[in-house]
Ligand binder design. Structure first.
Ligand code: SF4
Length: 230
């Protein structure tokens, strides 16, 4: 699976100065979406006109072998006002098969994106703008919430997806880096949608396919679909 590799390379170059965070106990998970009212918020990530982006890439390449949480910019305890925000997840996985296991992996990856609920950390994901906004409560800040602890929540959930071998969760509050990563989100979404289409087993009819532009650009995508039909 090398479909996302050029985007992963660009992402890692933007995140060259990101620091690995020391492992921390997972932050309590509310188990369901929790409302943090504005009056109870310490600050927002990716809100109030600040740039924001969120995407997840899959690879079988040798970019990394160990799981970890990384940060570029200020951590939550250091933030005093609304800030730019990106959360980028890189997954090292088994080869994506063209059967139910491949489907389960992609579905699981998308499911986790919307189903991590750290207490006092209200996440709003926009699938159309590829943004993620987070409202962090004053109570959570007082209790010592950090990206290491929130990242541990995400690590736990992603590691439970079948076929996932290692996970990198990267949090970014550095404005220049968030801006540099933003253009990748639509490309990642296009690749994931095309991959899902292929795994759905739909006929490879490039002449009438609305995803042709993606296959023209992403190395290996067309071969994957045509190979599946042999
Ligand atoms: S290989 Fe052809 S049919 Fe398959 S997704 Fe790409 S353009 Fe569409």
């Amino acid at each position: 699976m090398k479909l996302y590799d050029s985007i992963i390379l660009q992402t890692l170059s933007v995140l060259e100065k990101a620091k690995p965070l020391s492992p921390a106990p997972a932050w309590p998970d509310s188990g369901a979406s929790e409302l943090v009212m504005q009056r109870d918020a310490a600050f927002e990530l990716g809100g109030s006109g600040e740039p924001s982006v969120n995407y997840t890439c899959v690879t079988t390449g040798d970019f990394f072998a160990e799981s970890g949480v990384f940060l570029l910019g200020n951590d939550l305890p250091a933030l005093k006002a609304d800030a730019p925000f990106a959360r980028i997840v890189l997954l090292l996985t088994d080869e994506i098969s063209e059967d139910d296991a491949g489907h389960d992996m992609i579905r699981g990856m998308e499911f986790v994106r919307y189903h991590v609920f750290p207490k006092g950390y209200m996440v709003r994901v926009s699938s159309t703008s590829y943004e993620e906004q987070v409202r962090v409560s004053k109570a959570a800040v007082k209790s010592g919430i950090s990206f290491a602890a929130v990242g541990a929540d995400y690590l736990e959930k992603y590691k439970a997806v079948p076929g996932v071998k290692a996970v990198r969760v990267c949090f970014i509050t550095d404005k220049a880096a968030v801006e540099a990563l933003k253009p990748n989100a639509k490309k990642v979404d296009d690749i994931t949608k095309t991959l899902s289409h292929i795994l759905d087993g739909l006929e490879a009819d490039c002449g009438h396919c609305s995803l042709k532009a993606v296959c023209d650009e992403v190395e290996g995508m067309r071969e994957m679909h045509l190979g599946k039909k042999k």
